[in-house]
Design a protein around this ligand. Structure first.
Ligand SMILES: *Cc1c(COP(=O)(O)O)cnc(C)c1O
Length: 358
């Protein structure tokens, strides 16, 4: 009786749940894969030199400074780059543009939990393909008829990296659909498949400034692919909102890309901290995947993930935990500074030592 008829016309979705952003600052925040190091000093300089009076003006819709810097860095033409407000925006646009078939798109059963949300909101049919027992992709699963493919490499939240051979095998088997590789974490020890975009016109590679460039708050993402794909993406983007990226993000993003040395140094530090932390976690009885990202996907041999998660939170240490099939006993721990990892390890040592004694 109370049912409003308009309810039937609403586009209803269950939204993506991002990791918690605590209101207070005195936490050890290892739950959303942010970078513990500041952005490049060149970004700081650009911010200081920015004339706030320019905010009166609409931004450059083509983000020219940023696209030029990315083109130079990755050795591609500017017509092969699409930029968006975080890679979430880029991937969302790409779903809307390229996943437009009656056949289901494919992605892994354990993966970035935003993919099924975009598929739902855009009414794209999808079919999850199970990873094997070691959380690896089974290439044969991606050789059935489909409407498109997407997965991260390294995968999230597992950190598992697939080889370029595996990726190429999947692209080759799917010449009639678009294959998207989400490289949010590739700078932490993976090999990018950007060079394959020269060979395959159906490959779209997506990267972000949020993790390896320490700029999650500036919301910058981009896709690299054949210029035809980029044109189709821009056509859809400019049919929705032309002025998405603000000028500060454009200029700061460009400066970050120009500082390759700083970028490499931060990545090296994170990789070194990750490897050290893995050794320490192993001594505490954890098992984990061979992560090539800025997080560790760990499970304790005897103590429940849920218990560890809550105990860490009581100590103001935030990590990520999902009550989802196949990963409910795992924790995803972002690699922070060496100091933050010391605090984490001390806390874990205590939690595990006390377990069963209370
Ligand atoms: C973090 C992340 C993104 C999105 O990052 P943005 O901040 O929107 O650029 C996309 N894909 C994966 C797998 C991620 O982990």
């Amino acid at each position: 009786m109370d049912e409003r008829l308009w309810e039937g016309n609403v586009r209803k979705v269950v939204p993506y749940t991002p990791g918690e952003q605590p209101k207070v600052l005195d936490v050890v925040k290892l739950n959303t894969n942010e970078n513990p190091y500041p952005p490049s000093p060149l970004v700081k300089k650009a911010l200081e030199e920015y004339d706030y009076n320019r905010m009166r003006l609409y931004p450059d819709t083509n983000s020219t400074v940023l696209v030029d810097a990315l083109a130079e860095k990755y050795g591609v033409s500017t017509s092969e780059i699409f930029v968006g407000v975080g890679s979430d925006d880029v991937i969302s646009m790409a779903f809307l543009t390229f996943f437009n078939s009656d056949k289901p798109i494919f992605f892994p059963d354990v993966t970035y939990s935003f993919y099924d949300v975009w598929a739902d909101v855009y009414k794209i049919p999808y079919e999850k393909q199970p990873l094997d027992d070691n959380y690896r992709i089974v290439p044969e699963d991606y050789k059935k008829k489909n409407g498109g493919i997407i997965f991260p490499n390294p995968n999230a939240p597992t950190g598992v990296l697939e080889s370029l051979e595996t990726i190429e095998d999947i692209i080759k088997a799917n010449p009639d659909v678009i294959v998207m590789i989400d490289e949010a974490y590739v700078d932490f020890g993976g090999e990018s498949c950007i060079p394959l975009t020269k060979k395959y016109d159906n490959l779209l590679v997506i990267q972000t400034f949020s993790k390896s460039r320490s700029m999650a708050g500036m919301r910058i993402g981009y896709a690299i692919g054949n210029e035809k794909l980029i044109k189709y993406l821009n056509d859809v983007k400019f049919s929705i909102n032309s002025y998405t990226m603000n000028p500060l993000s454009q200029i700061c993003g460009a400066m970050a890309v120009k500082d390759d040395e700083y970028f490499m140094e931060c990545n090296r530090k994170i990789i070194a901290t990750r490897e050290k932390t893995m050794e320490r976690l192993e001594k505490l009885g954890f098992i984990f995947t061979d992560s090539k990202s800025n997080f560790i996907f760990a499970e304790h041999k005897t103590v429940d993930a849920d218990h560890i998660f809550n105990e860490l939170k009581n100590r103001r240490i935030f990590v990520r935990h999902w009550n989802a099939p196949r990963i409910s006993n795992r924790l995803r721990i972002t690699v922070g500074t060496d100091g933050e990892m010391d605090i984490l390890i001390t806390a874990l040592d205590e939690i595990i030592g006390n377990y069963g004694k209370e």
